[in-house]
Each structure stands twice: as C-alpha cells, then as structure tokens.
Design a protein around this ligand. Sequence first.
Ligand SMILES: [Zn+2]
Length: 139
Amino acid sequence: MRTELPDEELPKTDDEWRVRLNPAEFRVLRQAGTEPAWRGEYTDTKTTGVYRCRACGAQLFSSGTKFDSHCGWPSFSDSLPGTVKFIEDRSMGMTRIEVRCARCDSHLGHRFDGEGYPTPTDQRYCINSISMTLEPAED
Ligand SMILES: [Zn+2]
C-alpha cells in the first residue's frame, strides 16, 4: 500500500514530479487540470477508507464525508483537519476556491459553498479522482 512520501523524497521541480506521476496525473495535480466529469474512478465509490493525495500520499479526506452530489466528481463535505489549503482561483471568468494539498501543493479540485447540499458544512469539495488514491479501511 502506498503511504506517505518521506519529506526528503518530495519532488521540488516539475521534472521531478514528471518522474513520479503519469501524464494525466501531472496535468491535474501539477497544472491544475480537471478530469472529465463522470470518468474518474472514485465518482460513485462508497468504499470505507481514507483518500490520500496521489502525489505525496498525505491523508486528505475520509469516506465518511463523501456524499452523492451528482456533479460527476467525487464530493466531500469536509477535509481531514489541516490537510488542504485554499487559493482564490480567478481562471475561466469565475472566482472559485481552489483546493490544494497542504503538504505538497498539488491541485486537488475546488470548494463550493452554500449550494444547499444536505451536509453539515454546506460545502462541497469537488475533487478529481485522479488527484487521490483510496486506501480502503482494514476489514
Ligand atoms: Zn500532496
């Protein structure tokens, strides 16, 4: 099972990331791309476990906060405490909140607030499947 990458092995340059990530992963994680809706492997996943950053292995989201948003990407009501950071994203003519891994600064997706989903936070973390690796719970 892939776990957290040691600090000394964390890539510092794009060239180093390209060695670790395949081209599709690199485009989303390091170039803030977005995978096509409904194509990601975790869109409808219900498996219990923890979603880790596919770039550095840090734990990011619990399956307990994943919910059906019907938006075409995995959606979570919250992240694990302190695991992500937020950047204002003004690309594509919108102001959105970009979600990045706090540890390795890789792009994960966006956070949308106040959409009225029946979740405790009224937030939707809309995250690319390809940015994460699911670690199923034991048992
Ligand atoms: Zn990371």
